[in-house]
Design a binder for this molecule. Structure first.
Ligand code: AMP
Length: 678
């Protein structure tokens, strides 16, 4: 017996413990080889099987896919079969649900579509597979109440296996019967909502949020001086989003560290130690707001110093609580963030500005779940988490959230884009409502406004410059119009001409392209790394570390790396594929030219990217770059094309194809319809 066969048996026994099983024929099997539920007599649970991914697919693909499955993990992938009409539940809109599943379980999930049914193949450790499998069970539960073929599992070996006898008619009817749900008395719940809320939070200690003493040098500033300072400082914009009443005065900015933290010498020491000279614009305005205990919306991108803008007041907040930190049963600060990379980066900042020896912990999918749980049990002060994994721990009652009184929703727009809204909602249900909340976002679209309106109380808003100003003005941007076939030679030419001190981040549109280019460069004898969502967490971290430490000077990445990655010395960004939208372009370009350095971005544009031309031109114009004639022609051609299209199909609307991002930047704050811009 080979190793994997042993592994197969071990796993199969472990999962299929309560033997024996019964097999079932569907009454009308619509196609060969599909949909035969394996039902366990004792537990009424489906059984399942591990086998090489694609092994039964026949044809030349079988072996290749089997290797792919085995390379991922020593345990065998688990294959489920789901009716095509039900698989949407697993995938979710735009793949959001499947990402959540992967994030929470640590497994990787692939779906092979078929006419009638789909193969759902789960890769990863046995525990991760099982977790993903249970979650899929949960998702399909409602469907299976009505249709016991919503999902089936292919049994080990053949479906007329000797262990099996078909389900009886009684069993089938029982399985198909709709169990009546107990009725919920919503009126009663609504009437008693406040009572339940009060009961839920009644044992919590009081919290304190006000820690600010305005320095005299700040108090004496006149309204004109403040307004002039804000204008000169990245055109910073502030607003009070409190509903109804008169607007409250917005605290004056702190233009030096001492103005904000003179009462907190430990913070001052840390700042002096790292050698910063003055607060960034967002910090100047966010610190007085946050130290005054107000909720804050910070519209700012990474690279603006936003992490420190919320971390330092958070440290002071935790330390200042009436019940000392050590006596609180659980963490005091929670930062929710969209990706593992960002979580790790924030944790690094927490450690860099260590305060009162607070312990921080990163909780993210794909990381060591057991290790994370043990750390939580050991006592932790600050949790930095991606919503999927934190929600998983929360649901399994492995973490206390009621002790959190300072909550940060970091890069809220990105979290929503990634479909994390349901997890965020569930997490916040367990966080005390009188907490202080900070929300950061690079953009201000409707989804973020709604999130902010639901979870922040009377927030102030700080908006730093326009999206494009901060990031791209220091970067020299070159745009070259090429054909798809020419792209590689342009890239290789660029790489060949790199100087020893150059460091380039190459952005591509697809994971497969990242692999393709990195292996090509590797074959040319160059030290190169790649970063994309199909690489496992360890490899991703290693790739990033090698790039950060300049052990490799070429990183090929998908947009996973476009936001938030804080590598100071990238000299060039090479946009091999044009990004999906103009915001992503800005984020990518902003990876270079950081921390006062200059940077350069090279962007290849093909005819297929023509819809982006008209959005790219103003960005190039505003930062004083050359605009290739061909790009202007491209924009004109696209405009003409859209006009003609509109004439042909007036309902189609011109903005549709371009998906203009202006509303995403559009400031609800700046002259919006109401204070929230709805
Ligand atoms: P962030 O926007 O939080 O991703 O911050 C980007 C980088 O700016 C981080 O490496 C910070 O350590 C650094 N940083 C934060 N505050 C300042 C400051 N006041 N002066 C200079 N660098 C800063």
């Amino acid at each position: 017996m080979s190793d994997w066969e042993e592994e197969y048996d071990k796993n199969a026994v472990e999962i299929n413990k309560p033997a024996p099983v019964e097999f079932e024929f569907p009454p009308n099997p619509p196609k060969e080889n599909i949909c035969f539920g394996v039902k366990n007599r004792n537990t009424s649970e489906f059984s399942r099987e591990r086998r090489p991914y694609g092994a039964d697919a026949g044809g030349p693909g079988g072996d290749r896919r089997r290797q792919a499955g085995e390379k991922l993990d020593s345990s065998r992938p688990l294959t489920l079969h789901v009716k095509s009409t039900s698989v949407g539940r697993i995938i979710g809109r735009g793949g959001t649900r499947i990402r959540e599943l992967e994030e929470s379980s640590g497994a990787r999930i692939k779906i092979n579509r078929g006419d009638y049914e789909c193969e759902v193949v789960i890769f990863g450790t046995v525990a991760a597979q099982q977790k993903a499998n249970n979650m899929i069970d949960g998702l399909l539960e409602d469907i299976s109440r009505f249709d016991n073929y919503g999902r089936s599992h292919r049994g080990r070996g053949d479906w007329n296996d000797s262990t099996g006898s078909v389900w009886s008619h009684q069993q089938l009817s029982a399985a198909q019967a709709v169990t009546p749900r107990p009725t919920i008395d919503w009126n009663d719940i609504r009437e008693n909502k406040d009572k339940y809320e009060a009961l839920k939070w009644k044992d919590l200690p009081p919290i304190k949020k006000y820690f600010y003493t305005e320095a005299e040098s700040v108090s004496v500033l006149t309204a004109e001086e403040v307004s002039a300072w804000r204008k000169e400082t990245n055109n910073i914009f502030v607003d009070d989003l409190k509903e109804g009443e008169e607007k409250r005065p917005i605290p004056n900015p702190c233009r030096t560290f001492l103005e904000a933290f003179s009462l907190y010498p430990e913070i001052m020491e840390n700042i002096e130690r790292v050698g910063f000279t003055k607060p960034t614009p967002i910090q100047s305005q966010a610190w007085p707001v946050l130290l005054s205990g107000e909720d804050l919306i910070a519209i700012a991108q990474t690279g603006t110093g936003k992490t420190l803008a919320y971390l330092l007041p958070g440290f002071i907040h935790m330390d200042g609580q009436p019940v000392p930190r050590a006596e609180q049963n659980g963490p005091g600060m929670l930062v929710l963030t969209p990706t593992r990379e960002l979580a790790l980066q924030i944790e690094a900042e927490c450690k860099k500005y260590r305060y009162k020896d607070y312990k921080s912990l990163c909780i993210y999918g794909g990381g060591d779940r057991r290790g994370q749980i043990n750390m939580v049990k050991g006592g932790i002060d600050i949790v930095i988490a991606t919503p999927g994994r934190l929600n998983d721990l929360q649901m399994n009652e492995l973490i206390t959230l009621s002790s959190i009184s300072y909550l940060v929703l970091d890069e809220a727009d990105r979290m929503l884009d990634m479909g994390f809204e349901p997890q965020i909602m569930k997490i916040i249900l367990d966080i005390r409502p009188d907490r202080q909340t900070v929300l950061t976002s690079a953009t201000w679209p409707t989804g973020v406004r709604r999130l902010a309106k639901s979870y922040l109380k009377n927030p102030m808003m700080v908006y730093v410059g326009t999206l494009d100003l901060a990031a791209v003005n220091t970067v020299q941007q070159t745009v070259t119009i090429v054909s798809e076939e020419e792209k590689k030679s342009y890239l290789y030419d660029f790489v060949r001409n790199m100087l020893p001190q150059d460091k380039v981040l190459i952005f591509v549109g697809r994971k497969i392209m990242a692999d393709d280019i990195s292996s090509d460069l590797c074959l040319q004898g160059l030290a190169v790394q790649s970063l994309h969502g199909d690489r496992d967490q360890h490899d991703r971290e290693e790739a990033l570390q090698e790039f950060k430490e300049s052990r490799v000077r070429i990183l090929v990445a998908t947009d996973l790396a476009s936001r938030g990655l804080d590598v100071h010395d990238i000299t060039h960004v090479f946009n091999y594929d044009f990004p999906r939208n103009i915001e992503e372009y800005v984020h990518r370009v902003g990876r270079t030219g950081r921390a006062g350095r200059s940077g350069a971005a090279v962007t290849l544009v093909t005819r297929q990217d023509w819809r982006m031309a008209s959005e790219l031109i103003p960005i190039l114009e505003r930062s004083g770059q050359d605009i290739p004639e061909e790009l202007v022609l491209m924009a004109e051609r696209y405009e003409k094309h859209m006009k003609e299209k509109e004439l042909r199909d007036p309902k189609g609307g011109p903005g549709r194809a371009g998906g203009s991002s202006s509303d995403r930047r559009g400031g609800g704050g700046r002259g919006g319809r109401d204070r929230w811009g709805f």
